[in-house]
Each structure stands twice: as structure tokens, then as C-alpha cells.
Write a protein that binds this ligand. Structure first.
Ligand code: GRF
Length: 202
């Protein structure tokens, strides 16, 4: 439980995923200095993100919401599953569930989001940006609080929307930027701790 002020020893990372896990793969392929992914957690079985972790012999755990009577019970179970790995930092990398108060009370959590927050929060950020007709969108790495994509922004990158873009082509170009930005910000946070002011990167 180090981090806020950091530059301690090797930072233990738990990465949370719900889908294909290409952001996780970026952290595996370009590990920030002095970090180690000690576990990958998911809210569902059978996803590529878990296969990527298992291919690297990274321990995995799965905590599906539907296995619990309510969100509070799921929140506590997820907190306990994460705590097993004694992480310094949690990275929500395409984890498509809102984290609860118990997880957020015990851990520092970073999230990456495919839009320039505060614009287009929520689960359909790429679709929403296209529907709004904006010419520039992007990605954001931020600290997670109890809101939906409302926590303090640590870094952002812009991505231009092309006339021929559909949701899939635009999301893929955004994810190219997200992968680099996430690796950069995780490295910075593990080395320097959580910045007092909001840092912007392009
Ligand atoms: C990313 O765009 C992330 O911001 C969003 O879901 C996507 C995850 O991509 N929440 P992947 O599963 O890492 O490929």
C-alpha cells in the first residue's frame, strides 16, 4: 500500500480487465521501471485479457457481479480478492464495472478512458464522441473516485476524428494512444507518486 508520494521499492500492480486486454498487454510488453504485475483480475470468465495474463504466468482471479446478492457484497469480495496480492496500485484497464467504496477506500486506483474527460464519460465514450460530431477526442488516465469517470485527471492525449471513422476504427486509434499513455503514467506514478497538480501529456 505504498504509492502516494512513492519512489519506494518495486511497485506491485493489480490490473483489472473485462475484455480483450490490449492495454494489459502494453503493460506486460513495456513494463514501467520498478513495477511488477502481481495479478490480473476480471469480472467475467473466458475473456482474452485473462488468456494474456495466463500466457505470462501472471496469477488471475475472477469476481463476477452476478455471483453476489448485491453490489456491496461484490465490492467486498473484489476488495478481498485484490488484497490477497498486497498491491501498491490498481489499474483499471478496460474494466467495465464501477468500483465500489470498499475497493476505493483500501487502494489507489488508476483508470484509462477513451475520451477527453470530462467529455464523454461512461461506457460508450467513443460512440458518444462520434454522435456529438466533435473533430477531436482522445484518452484520459485518471484517478478513480466514486463517480463515473470523474476522478482527477493525470494525463490526456488527443486523437483527431477522421471523416471515414466508425466506432471501431476510432476506438482502435484511441487505444494506440491509451496503451502508450497508460505505460507512461503508471511509470510516473510508481516513481514519483500521485502528483499534487494535474499533469497533462501529449
Ligand atoms: C479501452 O479503450 C478502455 O479505455 C475502455 O475499454 C478499452 C479496453 O481495451 N474502457 P482492451 O480490452 O485493453 O483492448
Amino acid at each position: 500500500m505504498a504509492i502516494p508520494g512513492s519512489a519506494s521499492s518495486r511497485a506491485r500492480l493489480v490490473v483489472l480487465v473485462s475484455g480483450t486486454g490490449t492495454l494489459l498487454q502494453a503493460l506486460i510488453d513495456h513494463p514501467p521501471v520498478n513495477t511488477e504485475i502481481v495479478a490480473v483480475g476480471a469480472d467475467r470468465y473466458g475473456i482474452e485479457g485473462l488468456v494474456r495474463a495466463e500466457a505470462e504466468a501472471i496469477p488471475v482471479f475472477v469476481t463476477p457481479l452476478e455471483d453476489f446478492p448485491d453490489r456491496g457484497a461484490w465490492d467486498r469480495a473484489l476488495r478481498d480478492a485484490i488484497a490477497e496480492y498486497r498491491p501498491d496500485l490498481i489499474i483499471s484497464a478496460g474494466f467495465m464495472k464501477i468500483l465500489g467504496a470498499e475497493v476505493l477506500k483500501d487502494f489507489t486506483v488508476l483508470n484509462t478512458h477513451p475520451a477527453l474527460l470530462p467529455a464523454f464519460p461512461g461506457a460508450h465514450a467513443v460512440r458518444d464522441a462520434l454522435a456529438a460530431g466533435v473533430s477531436v477526442t482522445g484518452c484520459t488516465v485518471h484517478l478513480v473516485d466514486e463517480g463515473v469517470d470523474t476522478g482527477p485527471v493525470l494525463a490526456q492525449r488527443e486523437v483527431a476524428i477522421l471523416p471515414e471513422d466508425d466506432e471501431s476504427s476510432l476506438h482502435e486509434r484511441i487505444k494506440q494512444q491509451e496503451r502508450e499513455l497508460l505505460v507512461e503514467v503508471v511509470g510516473r506514478v510508481c516513481a514519483e507518486g500521485i502528483p499534487q497538480e494535474r499533469v497533462s501529456s501529449s
